[in-house]
Design a protein around this ligand. Structure first.
Ligand SMILES: NCCC[C@H](NC(=O)CCC(=O)O)C(=O)O
Ligand SMILES: NC(=O)OP(=O)(O)O
Length: 317
């Protein structure tokens, strides 16, 4: 039983969510009436393909009614700050909006990306936490300013499925080039979950791309990408913008894009990415279309990750 799902809690909870997700993968309708009469609201303040579809499928497989609201495009502009005179662009205060949502739904799920300009606000996960504060019901993160726990849970499921029981895999998170300033959430959460699940994690990136140490404490940081990749069992490819020089792009060096050549000393490595991926910028076609790629499996596991999380929250309602 869990209340909110916003981050890695502990190994035991993670292991039981992974077990439950794998049980749902084997038998998606095994609790088809568990959520009958219950409603989940999925609130998107940013675009999504996988999270939007997989969360609805997960809820439907439990008998729940999902309602999706693209508040960024179709909702009133929300005021998040306390005590302001709303005489500018914002139309409705989060207190009022989240209060209403809390009365309509049994579970609320929110996607709220970072500003990448206001570091303090992003680090507090301000927008996401305003929904928790004012809705008064269980909340699931669909990717907040600093974390993407449903993605990480799906990633841990995918690693488990591709690891022999006796083996402790070497997991590498490698930075990749991008043309835009990209959030830290996926990289933060992947590090938090991989370390929390007891994996041997190496993170490699150009200097200046150090992540928030709160999420990477215990990982081996290696600036030499070749050295980091040696003997890897799993290579997670992801771009993120600088954390210290907040939200900045410090490098677009194409040499960091993972290709087969980079994996000559990691012959068995499986390659992961949360998607969407910019082909031949972040990751090469040859890898994405080849036998190493786990990206489709990861995306499929998003359904069962969400189903395990929703089911565990339903246990407490
Ligand atoms: N939810 C999965 C990733 C979402 C987001 N990617 C992006 O914004 C990609 C945008 C682009 O490629 O233009 C991220 O990395 O946090
Ligand atoms: N991986 C992921 O969260 O994808 P979407 O942004 O499409 O939901």
């Amino acid at each position: 039983m869990i209340k909110h799902f916003t981050q890695f809690e502990n190994r035991q909870t993670a292991d039981s969510l992974i077990d439950l997700a794998l049980a749902y993968k084997a038998n998606p309708r095994m609790h088809a009436s568990k959520g009958i009469g219950k409603r989940i609201g999925c609130i998107f303040l940013n675009p999504s393909l996988r999270t939007r579809a997989s969360t609805q499928i997960a809820a439907l497989q439990l008998g729940m009614e999902p309602i999706v609201m693209n508040m960024d495009k179709e909702g009133w502009a929300l005021e998040m700050r306390e005590g302001v005179t709303m005489n500018k662009g914002t139309v409705e205060h989060i207190k009022d909006a989240a209060g209403v949502l809390g009365s309509y739904f049994d579970i609320l799920a929110i996607r709220a990306f970072p500003t990448l300009t206001n570091k303090q606000e992003d680090l507090e996960d301000f927008v996401f936490n305003q929904f928790i504060k004012y809705s008064g019901i269980p909340v699931i993160s669909l990717e907040s300013a600093i974390r993407h726990p449903l993605q990480s849970l799906a990633d841990m499921i995918s690693i488990r499925e591709n690891t022999a029981e006796s083996k402790k895999p070497k997991v590498v998170l490698t930075w990749a080039p991008h043309i835009k300033a990209i959030p830290h959430a996926v990289a933060n959460s992947f590090s938090e979950w991989a370390l929390g699940c007891g994996y041997d994690l190496t993170i490699t990136h150009p200097t200046g791309y150090e992540l928030d140490p709160k999420f990477t404490h215990g990982a081996n940081i290696e600036h030499d990408q070749q050295a980091a990749l040696e003997g890897a069992d799993f290579v997670y490819v992801k771009n993120w913008s600088a954390f210290n020089d907040y939200g900045k792009i410090l490098s677009t060096d194409p040499a960091w894009m993972l290709t087969e050549k980079h994996l000559k000393h990691a012959k068995k490595a499986k390659v992961m990415h949360c998607l969407p991926v910019r082909r031949n910028l972040e990751l090469s076609d040859e890898i994405l279309d080849g036998p190493r790629s786990l990206v489709q499996q990861q995306a499929q596991n998003r359904i069962f990750a969400a189903q395990a999380v929703i089911s565990s929250i339903l246990d407490g309602i």
